[in-house]
Design a protein around this ligand. Structure first.
Ligand SMILES: *Cc1c(COP(=O)(O)O)cnc(C)c1O
Length: 407
């Protein structure tokens, strides 16, 4: 069936939005080698052996340019460990994005601290005027900055604001592994950065996390927290041994280590990351070309200094009302295009938002609410070809047009 532009408006997309690529063969072989020798625990090494986990840490430190790197059990664990390693206390106010995913406020609440949400702009980045206002009103000394969906805020201005106010920055880089701001790796502006290696991020070990910093004391504390016992000398990107003198006795063990099997799977993926980023960029370009000039559809602009990793795609339908948003999701869904809407009153899938996090104090977020009311999100797995992306974007364009015309 064709519409008045001659488009086939019945064509369906049959791809799977949650299907990632297979693990690279080199990772499968390395994982089998680990299973064959049986030394899965990161500190279980024979004489002269470097564990897969220690090698992963060294390679990720090299990739990002950080002095120190620690591999842990999940991205959320890394965020919690970063807060504790910075000695944030229960009851402290911690600034964070009003628009992010649940593990971020969860990490703050998990140590008994209080999330203070900062407004989001229609570029899906933190509103820096609101950040300044909330620093002043809360007195908080810590910002957990989430580069939500890979959209990077003006890091020069953000760091100026935070440095001037004595606010330490933890970067949540779950969506920016490999991304850059003005040529500098995302995660290298704040005091510490946390990454996730969970299946839906940029590298896939099922579960896992990485923490990087140049701060030796912070890294020593994070290492003890992660469950290093007194084996921290077996790290290749760890804090200097003398840093542990007191820290090893003062820091509780809250085990959350990575194991050699997952590290073995990840190492070849870190080596491939830049090629994967280029593949994502090509998919994002096709989406943007196809969606551009769709009436009523607003693209999300990336700031000129940011290089985004396009593992997901977002756009706004600012003038659509609730029933039109529901219609968009339903009509695209009927044609095989799985969209997530962040504006729904009831959280579904990964779309919870600040007012669904009832463990945090209720906060008025009018600007963020306005953005989320029109925000659509979709995954872009690398199993999609460029033609797949063109079809997905065409379906979205056609259905948005149709709903727009109904008025
Ligand atoms: C996935 C994610 C995390 C945490 O990752 P897990 O490894 O699942 O704990 C943190 N922040 C954001 C924005 C995420 O999407």
């Amino acid at each position: 069936m064709a519409n008045d532009k001659g488009d086939d408006v019945t064509e369906k997309f049959t791809g799977n939005f949650t299907q990632q690529e297979p693990i690279p063969e080199a990772g499968i072989e390395a994982a089998i080698a680990v299973m064959r020798h049986g030394r899965l625990h990161r500190y279980n090494v024979v004489d002269g052996e470097q564990s897969e986990t220690a090698l992963l840490e060294q390679e990720f430190a090299d990739y990002t340019g950080a002095k120190y790197c620690l591999a842990v059990a999940s991205g959320g664990y890394a965020l919690g460990a970063a807060l504790k390693a910075m000695q944030v206390q229960a009851g402290d106010a911690v600034l964070t994005n009003g628009f992010t995913l649940a593990p971020v406020p969860g990490a703050i609440a998990g140590i008994g601290a209080r999330p203070i949400f900062v407004e989001t702009t229609d570029q899906l980045i933190m509103d820096l005027d609101d950040l300044s206002a909330k620093i002043a009103s809360s007195g908080s000394k810590v910002l957990m900055l989430s580069h939500m969906r890979g959209h990077i805020v003006d890091m020069d201005r953000l760091m100026q604001i935070c440095d001037a106010a004595g606010v330490a920055v933890i970067e949540d880089c779950a969506h920016t592994m490999g991304a850059t701001w003005d040529g500098v790796q995302s995660g290298r502006h704040g005091r510490v950065a946390c990454y996730s290696t969970q299946t839906f991020k940029h590298v896939n070990s099922g579960e896992g996390g990485l923490l990087i910093t140049d701060d030796a004391d912070l890294m020593a504390r994070a290492t003890m927290l992660s469950g290093s016992y007194m084996l921290y000398e077996n790290h290749l990107a760890g804090a200097p041994v003398e840093t542990f003198e007191d820290i090893r006795l003062d820091t509780p063990n809250c085990s959350g280590r990575m194991d050699n099997l997952r590290a073995a799977i990840l190492r070849p993926q870190i080596a491939d990351l830049d090629a994967q980023i280029a593949a994502w960029a090509a998919r994002v370009d096709v989406m943007t070309e196809t969606l551009r000039d769709t009436t009523g559809l607003q693209l999300v602009q990336t700031l000129p200094k940011a290089v985004r990793v396009g593992s997901s795609y977002q756009f706004l339908l600012p003038d659509f009302n609730t029933s039109q948003m529901i219609d968009t999701v339903a009509r695209c869904g009927a044609r095989g295009v799985v969209l997530k809407w962040f504006g729904a009153d009831t959280p579904a899938g990964y779309t919870s938002r600040h007012d669904s996090w009832r463990y945090a104090d209720a906060q008025s977020m009018p600007a963020t609410d306005r953005v989320l009311a029109g925000l659509i999100d979709l995954r872009l797995p690398l199993t999609f070809s460029l033609d797949d992306c063109r079809l997905v974007a065409n379906i979205i364009r056609q259905e948005v047009n149709a709903i727009h015309q109904q008025g």
